[in-house]
Design a binder for this molecule. Sequence first.
Ligand SMILES: C[S@@+](CC[C@H](N)C(=O)[O-])C[C@H]1O[C@@H](n2cnc3c(N)ncnc32)[C@H](O)[C@@H]1O
Length: 195
Amino acid sequence: MSATVDFVGYETLVDYIDKHRLCRLEGDIIEIGAFVGGGTVKLAKLARKYGKKVFVIDIFDPTADRTATPDGTTMSDIYLAFLDGRSQYQAYSENTRNCDNVVTIKEDSRKVKFPSNQQFVFGFIDGNHQPDYVRNDFLLVWDRLVSGGVVGLHDYKSELPEVTRTIDKLLDDKKREIRNTVEIGEKHIILITRK
Ligand SMILES: C[S@@+](CC[C@H](N)C(=O)[O-])C[C@H]1O[C@@H](n2cnc3c(N)ncnc32)[C@H](O)[C@@H]1O
């Protein structure tokens, strides 16, 4: 993996934010799970045009997520293989060094709290894949998402069935607050717009 690449293909997210003019709304962008910041750089470039910040939450510990695919491969195995001995945080810091609108929160996402006046127009969740984290991370963004804002989650209908089940439960729990959902099947992304 070259240093600035992202796993997801954030161009899809940037296009979606642009097409739906989300940056015209009042608030910032948030990313939970940045890995080495390849996607962060793309979000930051877009956000900068509109005077917005990108808040990044990542624990920067490639051993933290032991969630496994059905064949037993853990997320940690995948991250360590990509890093090939490099420090995740160092790679992230180098990749994002020119992004003056990025606020990095190097923390377990369950410990993060935002002030009540912090609002988001777009959030992307691709952090720890355990159900309690998926739920925590979704609510962390959803509770601060403006009307018309969008939260995207990765790994929907992927090799991680617990992630899909958790997202489906959240969709049901929050159905009265959801305007619409869009799936990008080939990328295992679901995008959820707040009423
Ligand atoms: C799949 S990677 C993110 C990939 C990134 N979205 C991309 O496309 O390049 C998941 C990230 O979640 C982070 N992570 C794992 N557990 C976490 C936790 N408890 N809190 C915050 N971040 C966590 C890992 O450090 C890793 O960088």
